[in-house]
Design a protein around this ligand. Structure first.
Ligand code: NAD
Length: 488
């Protein structure tokens, strides 16, 4: 089975083999090793960072329209290659082909979006004590960015950093995740074919604790743009011995509140989609659901039925399946642990709870979408990020209680509400302590609007204009003007 892209890494404008140890890539739907590539050596990492540093002044000095043109061309190439790139993603990550195709299309849109934003970066003129002074506030690109991302969205999570960083005038060294390196390398091919100048983007391969750690610690890295787990985010923060700009997009533990006025069918549809899509391996997946007591039993019945109806398959064989394989054994193990913990503490299993039956599922990492009812706050499913196809449900008696339950989390990434009454919507959206709140829909992240976490879910924003501004330093230039010669 071919990945459709070579395992060469991009360093200083050249595609070369890594000199480090081999990294095997598995198809999580079959358990087969489908490809191998070599990690980079520490020497190659050094060459990549040096190349990014050397390329920075010229890239930063280019007129924004020129950077925008490269981004547009890259987006066009991504779209042209979407079918192949989606196939690569499905083979290494497990999500069904149509869903992978959708992610590649959104990657192309990300390049186009930041191509437009690149030319709209404005400063400010600030009034001073006298009109002889002017304070100009201008934006300048930060410098060399280390971009590190996880495997659940192998294209988009690189794309948000890459497109925004390039638009701003930064250069980048990217370390894609171990499980899904080929999608990241395929993005690199689009960039170089679109005419990327040498060194502006470098794409490595290797383990996080080894190459990732060396990259973020490198003294020539000015900013770290990281998406991943809380554990690694905190490790990165603690391991820095010099000052660097830091964006951390970390884990979630996202609640859905369904009020008495909600459209029940819409709420169930939204819950089934956002709890289980990508096998629940989404930072903004719905992990825990609080339902108004009068709707509780009908909601449970319909959610269990909706979960049972979702089609699970090897996403290459059935591109339109709702769910594919989980990306590796780790999130599956954690899902089973959270399930066992919930059951041991008295939760009621109303859907799923085991792997699907059949020969097609014996070797891959599959699990049926699982719903636990009557959950309590002490259960792991209600208090920790599962990152798997498991959701816990509990009833509430009034909206104040719903807010308290929803906010009782260390995380603050996204929350969801289904409600028809405006008063309920207003009450909840004003009080839910999360970076995004989606009401009567479950698509909290769109490219036009800022996306980021609160509390332990991170710092900084991606998406939107705010996602671009993360890649700039501000400079205050204060000028005193004298009267022109000859004027008193
Ligand atoms: P992870 O933290 O294990 O790995 C993420 C990346 O960090 C990988 O590329 C890995 O190689 C690298 N890495 C690991 N150790 C490192 C180190 N010491 N120094 C530098 N880099 C290192 O996360 P994961 O298991 O791949 O992804 C799942 C997590 O990502 C979940 O917690 C999920 O919520 C989170 N996530 C957050 C968002 C968001 O936008 N907030 C989006 C997607 C995923």
């Amino acid at each position: 089975m071919t990945m459709g892209v070579s395992g060469e890494v991009l360093i200083g404008g050249k595609w070369v083999a890594g000199n480090g140890s081999p990294v095997a890539v598995e198809n999580p739907a079959t358990g087969e090793i489908v490809a191998e590539l070599n990690a980079v050596s520490k020497e190659q990492l050094e060459v990549a960072v040096t190349a990014a540093r050397a390329a920075f002044p010229a890239w930063a000095a280019l007129p924004p329209v020129a950077r925008a043109a490269l981004l547009r061309r890259t987006g066009d190439l991504v779209m042209e290659r979407a079918a192949d790139m989606a196939r690569t993603m499905t083979i290494e990550q497990g999500k069904p082909l149509n869903e992978a195709h959708g992610e590649i299309e959104k990657l192309a849109q990300t390049f186009w979006f930041y191509a437009e934003e690149a030319v709209r970066v404005h400063g400010e003129i600030i009034p001073n004590d006298s009109i002889e002074f002017q304070s100009l506030v201008v934006r300048e690109p930060i410098g060399v960015v280390a971009a590190i991302s996880p495997w659940n969205y192998p294209a988009e999570l690189i794309g948000w950093k890459l497109a925004a960083g390039l638009a701003a005038g930064c250069t980048l060294v990217i370390k894609p995740p171990e499980l899904t390196p080929f999608t990241g390398l395929a993005i690199g091919r689009c960039l170089t074919d679109a005419g990327l100048p040498d060194g502006v983007v470098n794409i490595l391969a290797g383990k996080g604790r080894d190459i990732g750690q060396a990259l973020i610690e490198h003294p020539q890295i000015d900013k770290i743009a990281f998406t991943g787990s809380n554990a690694v985010g905190i490790k990165i923060q603690q391991s820095l011995s010099s000052i660097k700009r830091l964006s951390l997009e970390l884990g979630g533990n996202c609640p859905l509140v369904v009020t008495s006025s909600a459209d029940l069918d819409a709420a169930v549809k939204g819950a089934a989609r956002r709890s289980f899509r990508n096998m629940g391996q989404i930072c903004i997946a719905i992990n825990r659901i609080y339902v108004a007591r009068d709707l509780y039993e009908p909601f449970l019945e319909r959610l269990a039925a909706a979960a049972d109806k979702l089609v699970i398959a090897n996403g290459l064989d059935n591109p339109a399946a709702d769910l594919g394989a989980m990306a590796s054994a780790d999130p599956l193990t954690k899902t089973k642990d959270h399930l066992a913990d919930g059951l041991a503490r008295g939760a009621r299993l109303i859907a799923g709870g085991a792997a699907p039956e059949g020969d097609a599922f014996t070797r891959g990492h599959f699990f049926r979408p699982t719903v636990l009812a009557d959950c309590t706050p002490d259960m792991k499913v209600m208090s920790e990020e599962t990152f798997g196809p498991l959701v816990g449900v509990a009833p509430f008696d009034d909206l104040a209680e719903a807010v308290e339950l929803a906010n009782a989390s260390l995380h603050g990434l996204a929350a969801y509400v289904y409600a028809k009454h405006m008063d309920e919507m207003r009450y909840l959206t004003a009080r839910l302590d999360f970076g995004s709140v989606a009401v009567n829909n479950v698509d909290a992240g769109i490219i036009n609007a800022p996306y980021g976490g609160r509390k332990q879910s991170g710092v900084g924003y991606e998406h939107g204009r705010e996602g671009l501004l993360e890649y700039f330093n501000l400079k205050h230039v204060r000028i005193r003007y004298d009267h022109p010669e000859g004027i008193a």
